[in-house]
Design a protein around this ligand. Structure first.
Ligand code: FAD
Length: 506
């Protein structure tokens, strides 16, 4: 909270991956930090990604070497930081005659393998799809593929855990709290907030303001800070479909489309396949982004082009869409716009500085946060050193390759609970799973069940430790149990969460 003279050092607008990453880094260095998020944590773009921690093979085509180099190096750093929610993934890229030539793909993958500080991730190899099990779900014409490494992340949990760590290090994190206005006088910002649930308003004073509002970044510059003009970002919508499992192995596919774009088909939540994404220029409210019929049909057709069995409308169980806040470099096509981030600093220590964050990826959020902190140090004076490389997120305190050992350990500790349930808890909470399980011997010891294997204890934990307030927070962002929980359980869960919320307010 605000320290000394009741003035907080740093106020962060936005509880996405970038805002939470900056708040965590800053709090860990000893700054006082206040973060306000108008919705739930990760309710903006940060829960709507393809969920890859990747260098971005495709970006090499657009000469984004700086970004690819930085992003590749982050793969193993982030995997070690949170081995429960981040893990390695192998991608199978079928060579498609008439599209990118094999030598070109090989060259790209050679660069990918060699500029990325790769230590644990296995290198690229060539596959004969006619013999490989990974060729089996595909149409027969595909002969050759390249298989390479990247990582997978549970994006919304990455944000929740980053916020948790920031709060553990002293940051104040307020969700459902909108920043209405920010004015500065004699080097100090006065930030007006509104709690969107109680409608109560309040004020916080801060020395420095960070605008990490993602797709709303220009809106904050205009409506909150009061500038007439702001047109720094190009909003590009991307949608995904989740379909019933299309194949039985653990590899993902990287498919090239005839229009020059690419899509991924990724094993998802054990019983499903995630297919995405699209690149559509977008101009309305980022909070209202939904998949269009054209995007849905495009993704179905792109997957059907490769899989032996056509992927149809009836296979879709869920869709989601998000808006990329890309720094506008005025490139023609949406997919060619830079994925790199840009930071701007306005003002000085004496007039109250504003740091704006444009663009950025899940993959680069930690490095982006370090760069923001470098700027902040120049303005507010240095406190602690950079510390997040080599750090752990809550629950991630085990070796990157020791996930199965961690599950085994929990099985030994709770021999009468199902392995499948314990495995899910380790995936989500890592070493913190026993905080939910306590001394439970059977499922009944964990309180009411809200469908699938969601227990009251887990809901309480999410409410107390991870700012979960609504069914969507619990079922779609802190977990993905929305895929398995039915309507009546959802109603019961809502009633329980509302009752907890009423009690908490008293
Ligand atoms: P957000 O997550 O949108 O956070 C900004 C927050 O600010 C929002 O939660 C919003 O509610 C809040 N806010 C706005 N205004 C206010 C206000 N006035 N007061 C309070 N709060 C406010 N990256 C990868 O690394 N790998 C991928 O595979 C990948 N795939 C992607 C696929 C798609 C389709 C998309 C759209 C993006 C993808 N990305 C990926 C990029 C990545 O998801 C985003 O760059 C990142 O999530 C942006 O985070 P952010 O914190 O800047 O924005």
């Amino acid at each position: 909270m605000a320290k000394r003279d009741n003035i907080t050092d740093i106020f962060v607008i936005g509880g996405g991956v970038n805002g939470c990453g900056i708040a965590r880094d800053a709090a860990g260095r000893g700054y006082s930090v206040f973060l306000a998020e108008m919705g739930d944590l990760a309710s903006g773009t940060s829960s709507a990604a393809t969920k890859l921690i990747h260098g971005g093979l495709r970006y090499l085509e657009f000469y984004e070497f700086r970004l690819v180099h930085e992003a590749l190096a982050e793969r193993e750093v982030l995997w070690a930081m949170a081995p429960h929610i981040i893990w390695p993934m192998r991608f199978v890229l079928p060579h498609h005659k008439g599209l990118r030539p094999a030598w070109f793909l090989r060259l790209g993958l050679f660069v990918y393998d060699h500029i990325g500080a790769r230590k644990l991730l296995p290198p690229t190899r060539t596959l004969d799809l006619r013999r490989s099990p990974f060729g089996r779900p595909l149409k027969q014409g595909y002969k050759r593929a390249f298989e390479y490494s990247d990582c997978w992340v549970d994006d919304a949990r990455l944000v929740a855990l980053t916020a948790r760590d920031a709060a553990d290090k002293g940051a104040v994190v307020r969700t459902r709290t909108k920043v209405i206005s920010a004015t500065r006088e004699e080097g100090i910002w006065t930030i007006r907030l509104q709690d969107l649930e109680t409608k109560l308003r309040g004020t916080v004073k801060a020395r420095l303001l960070v605008n990490a509002a993602g797709p709303w970044v220009d809106e904050v510059i205009r409506d909150v800070v009061g500038r007439k003009e702001a047109q720094h970002v190009r909003l590009v919508k991307g949608s995904h479909i989740v379909v019933r499992k299309l194949f039985d192995h653990d590899r993902s596919y990287f498919f090239q489309n005839k229009d020059g774009r690419i899509i991924f088909a990724i094993p998802y939540e054990r019983d499903y396949t995630l297919v995405g994404t699209t690149d559509i220029d977008y101009t309305t409210d980022p909070g209202q982004a939904r998949i269009s019929d054209e995007e849905r049909d495009y993704l179905l057709a792109a997957a059907t082009e490769y899989f032996e069995k056509p992927v149809t409308l009836g296979d879709i169980v869920w869709t989601y869409s998000g808006v990329r806040p890309l720094f506008n470099d005025h490139k023609g096509k949406a997919q060619e716009t830079t994925r790199d981030y840009v930071l701007t600093v306005e003002g000085t220590k004496d007039v109250g500085a504003l740091v704006n964050v444009f663009g950025g990826k899940l993959t680069t959020h930690r490095r982006l946060s370090e760069e923001v902190l470098e700027r902040i140090e120049k303005l507010l004076g240095a406190k602690g050193p950079a510390w997040t490389k080599g750090s752990k997120l809550p629950g991630g305190e085990f070796a990157p390759t020791a996930f199965d050992a961690q599950v085994e350990k929990l099985n030994e500790q709770y021999p009468s609970l199902a392995d499948k349930f314990l495995r899910r808890l380790v995936r989500q909470y890592g070493t913190r799973a026993p905080k939910i399980l306590g001394t439970a011997k059977r499922m009944q010891d964990l309180g009411d069940l809200y469908g699938a294997d969601l227990t009251q204890r887990e809901v309480d934990y999410l409410f107390d430790q991870e700012w979960a307030r609504t069914t969507d927070d619990v079922l779609w962002r802190r977990t993905k149990l929305g895929l398995r929980v039915g309507a009546s359980d959802r109603v019961r869960l809502e009633a329980y969460l509302n009752a907890r919320w009423e009690r908490a307010k008293r």
